[in-house]
Ligand binder design. Sequence first.
Ligand SMILES: Nc1ncnc2c1ncn2[C@@H]1O[C@H](COP(=O)(O)OP(=O)(O)OP(=O)(O)O)[C@@H](O)[C@H]1O
Length: 682
Amino acid sequence: MSRGVEPSDPLALQVAARSGSRSAGRLGALVRRSLSLVWASGRGILVALIAVQLLAAAALAAQVVAVERVLNGVIDAVDGTVLDSALLPVIALAACSALAAAASAVQGQLQRLLGESVARTMWGKVLGVATGVGLRHFESPEFYNRLNRVQTNALVRPYQVTQGLLSMGSALAASVALGITLIAISPLLLPLVVVAGVPLLLTSARESRIEFDFSVRQTPAVRLRSYFALLQSGRDEAKEVRAFGLTDWLAARFDALYGAYLHDLRAHVLRRGVLSLIGQLGSALVLGATLIALVVLIDRGDIDVAAAGAAIVAIRLLATQVQAVFRGAQSVFESGLFLDDLEQFLALGESATDDADGPDAPDGFDVVRVEDVRFRYPDADRDALCGVDVELRAGEVVALVGENGSGKTTLAKVLAGLYEPDGGRVTWDAQDVASFGAASLRRRIAVVFQDFVRYALPATDNIALGRVDVPVEPARVRSAAAAAGAEGLLDALPNGFDTVLSRLFAGGTDLSGGQWQRVALARSFYRDAPLVILDEPSSSLDPRAEHDLFATLRDSLRGRTALFISHRFSTVRGADRIYVLHEGRIAEQGTHDELMTRDGRYAELFRLQSELRITGDEAGIPAAPDGSAYPMTMKATAFPQVDVPAPAESSQQAHDPGGSQPRLGSVPALHHRRETWTDDRV
Ligand SMILES: Nc1ncnc2c1ncn2[C@@H]1O[C@H](COP(=O)(O)OP(=O)(O)OP(=O)(O)O)[C@@H](O)[C@H]1O
């Protein structure tokens, strides 16, 4: 479980990068780490790559020697024998060129393979962190910014560092080979060629830094742009975008963001370009000086024409290689800044792993207690839960009701071990769940959220994902589907339970909202967990399916404990206990009868819902007790039911505790009433 979000706003990162970049030791550590990552991802390919690069360097130096031999052959030859004296060196030159070209081609392919191998390792690490960090991180825009930067940049950087080092290595090897050749021709020329790289070195360090700063600065806008692209291209969004005529508005926002980015990019590219130009100009000046020195040497007769020809070739090749050394250094330096970012991101995963330590949660419990729990979302100005106490005894079905935003889902997440409370604790038989390994605790809990995931996978997998630690058991999948009322509908699909539940893939099909909800419920029933948490499990179900679900809920739970959240009073009245949340606090608790007798918030809202149903109030939705526009029944108003008794009936029941109130799992009377309503009204 997480413990807060690390400060990671873009500006903080820039500062960190600046001070970090001054530390050669830190860069050295990052380089070592990158190398070991690449080594672990594909050592065979790495070794082959180094061998090929050495071969290419040797071929390059051999070309210079061959050029000199060719020139000597031509100059020394007397008429008619040019071919004889120059033939062998020409063949050698051609062979060396071919070898260098072949090595370069092989090098490209090996680099591609190595790059993919490293990407695979890095994806594993990054996704491991993304799925391992506490849920709180997902409330933080800074976390998304960093995740986005890591995905778009840092993932490839370890490979780039290695590639930079390899390029540096191969360019250095080639430079040494060419340098030796050049020294053999004229030692005076070598220092000049090496100095040619210095201007590049000075400017490339600055270039790297502005590149990183640019990337950090742009991340939030780039993410927003991607979001607008998703809104325009997403399947789920497509209907609403068309229905509301949002196309032009979205396109304009997207275009404006892109325009702003391009504007910044132009300025950035110009700065980089100027820096690069200064570096190249400096190098060209030194190179020019070198060539002038060569001419002077020839003029003074210090070297002959053949040696001068070879020297020109060597200088040209050497200048390229020296530049490659500095480019490699720049790439390592630049990637080092991004790797810093990556390191900090991966460190989040390390803390998540620490959080997972601890003894396993027990297989079951006698009582689960939420004790004085307080929770606040990051950057929120008030607590979502303030001093909440809830008790769930083994085998009980407990309901949680309350207005929108009262904290029900938050409490469900705390109970599910997804959020760690800021105050108070959750206990299983008096043991604080914080002491258990987080993963083992979550294994003992099955949750269906309001916004459950619709996996674009076969129906069987959608259910069996409830328990991935054991092989799929088709019979259990089927019985979980039956308990959730999904068996018939899945059997009717083209490939039955093997049908992919998405049109994203060939042969797939999609389900209705209510059908999906049944599949999600089946997933929770399939999970063999002693505690089941259902957040509005029947919000999309039709009356019959909802009735069937709650009529058989106790059977489906098979003795497991359940907490369910609902806005429909018809579904909560049979619960063993009902908690009413209001503004993050438990306002009331008790059975339906007790709460009606108490005549407090629950009873009031219960009656409001009943009135709305029975009278079909055309005048509009009554205001909430606090005067706000919509009471807690807002969602349910679109779903009239008559299984809620009229106020008169309610008060009668209120005086008749233990009377004819149905319990979950035994609601024939409700069923009868609903059918009556259906006959009358439909
Ligand atoms: N991710 C979040 N970040 C910040 N605040 C949040 C977040 N999620 C919920 N909140 C706030 O916390 C409070 C409780 O929200 P919660 O989702 O628990 O309410 P709820 O009772 O489940 O509401 P509903 O009936 O609408 O599902 C609300 O004030 C909400 O605005």
